[in-house]
Design a protein around this ligand. Structure first.
Ligand code: C2E
Ligand code: CA
Ligand code: CA
Length: 403
């Protein structure tokens, strides 16, 4: 019988007036006997003593949302607000009621906000699992359980690896090797990504420096690190981490590349000067997965980047029976080349892809045909398999190097 609601947080000095206006509207939406309280900075609770059916609660949640629908007029401004609601029914104590409503509220917010959710036992189980993984992530960092795998980016003319993309995995003591898709989003949510990101930059630079020492004739070798949008909000922390890693491992900045997804770059995440400051060091920045987001050429011109990694969906689409499947790819490559942007094609899987891309003027590529990601040791083995100056012909079979 608790409904716990949260507005999007007011950030300005007019916040107080906005809160009062919100409380008034919420109170007007209630029935006699319902009680309203403010329980957090932007959080209200409604206590409904007599509830005939669940439908009553969802109806009330809809009424609360309707009450917020028209924008607020405060200090000559119109402010639009949304409301998320969590509903809990019949819990044994007030604490439990609030806790359950809070979990339902979190679920409503994760669903995009402006909706409501009813507490279920599954929410508690999911919350416990999330908590487990959160605690685990922190512990994993302390126990050094993360590893980087490396996928080579090939020069498509000479068919030899010239650069490596570092891809993080979690070597879990019980669950085995966990792919980034299962923990990076969580690490972004709970902030662990900051430490994880710093660790990735350092580890990748250390590995590159080891390779360069071991293979001095491959002085042009570089490494890419994926950077999450959260890290761009760190102000100068990211810049400091990069400077420190380059200094520690005696690397020239030109051999380091940061991969940032198109979606993050377009959203204008973080401080725009930060990316410029990173580039001013000489470190390169790549738009990752280009083409899956807004894929706007107009934006591409203004982004502070040096390289464009064309998302693998474009190559995949070339397999479909379109009129001219490679046209879009060709357009992107030409456009980038005109803007002086380096192009890397992702998702090279078919034997004819390297030649076709070369013909379109794309110099670099990455994909399972050329090589999957390897552990650092496996990637080192790649150098032995791919002697310098390897020209023409299909790339050597690399599967045997997989761990
Ligand atoms: P991404 O940056 O797009 O990384 C490339 C992903 O595509 C890798 O998956 C790689 O194994 C896969 N891939 C490579 N070639 C092919 C191909 O020919 N075909 C297909 N179908 N897939 C291919 P992985 O390693 O599972 O990484 C997934 C994502 O996790 C990455 O996507 C990246 O966004 C994120 N990620 C990985 N490492 C880090 C990290 O250190 N920090 C952050 N923030 N994100 C990371
Ligand atoms: Ca990437
Ligand atoms: Ca990518």
């Amino acid at each position: 019988r608790w409904l716990s609601s949260r507005q999007r947080q007011p950030r300005t000095a007019i916040g107080d007036r906005l809160l009062r206006a919100t409380a008034r509207r919420l109170a007007e939406a209630l029935r006699p006997g319902d009680r309203l309280a403010r329980i957090g900075s932007d959080e209200f609770a409604v206590f409904v003593p007599r509830l005939e059916a669940l439908a009553d609660a969802s109806q009330l949640a809809r009424r609360l949302r309707a009450a917020m629908r028209s924008p607020f007029k405060v200090a000559d401004r119109e402010i639009a607000m949304t409301i998320s609601t969590g509903i809990a029914i019949g819990r044994p104590s007030a604490e439990e009621m609030l806790h359950a409503a809070g979990l339902a509220l979190d679920a409503a917010r994760r669903g995009g906000g402006d909706g409501f959710e009813v507490f279920t036992a599954m929410m508690r189980a999911a919350a416990l699992r999330r908590f487990d993984t959160e605690v685990d992530l922190q512990r994993a960092l302390e126990r050094d359980e993360f590893v980087l795998h490396y996928q080579p980016i090939f020069d498509l003319e000479r068919l030899e690896p010239v650069h490596f993309e570092a891809l993080v995995r979690w070597q879990h003591p019980v669950r085995g090797l966990i792919p980034p898709s299962l923990f990076v989003p969580l690490a972004e949510q709970n902030g662990t990504i900051r430490q994880l990101g710093r660790w990735a930059i350092h580890s990748a630079c250390r590995q590159l420096s080891a390779w360069r020492e071991q293979y001095p004739d491959r002085s042009g070798l570089g490494v890419s690190v994926n950077v999450s949008g959260v890290q761009l909000h760190q102000n100068s922390e990211l810049l400091r981490d990069i400077e420190q890693a380059l200094h520690t491992y005696h690397l020239d900045p030109g051999c380091l590349m940061l991969e940032i997804t198109e979606t993050v770059l377009m959203k204008g995440n973080g401080d725009p000067d930060l990316l410029e400051a990173i580039r001013a060091l000489g470190v390169r920045i790549a738009v990752d997965d280009f083409g899956v987001g807004y894929s706007s050429f107009r934006y591409l011109r203004n982004l502070p980047v040096d390289t464009v990694k064309i998302d693998r969906s474009f190559i995949a689409a070339s397999e479909s029976p379109n009129r001219d499947p490679w046209t879009v790819m060709q357009m992107i490559i030409e456009f980038c080349t005109r803007l002086d942007l380096e192009v890397i094609a992702e998702g090279i899987e078919q034997p004819d892809h390297p030649r076709r891309l070369r013909d379109l003027g794309c110099r670099h590529g990455q994909g399972f045909l050329l090589s999957p990601p390897f552990s650092a040791a496996g990637a080192t083995g790649l150098f032995a398999r791919s002697p310098r100056g390897l020209t023409g012909g299909p790339p050597p079979p690399l599967e045997s190097a997989a761990e």
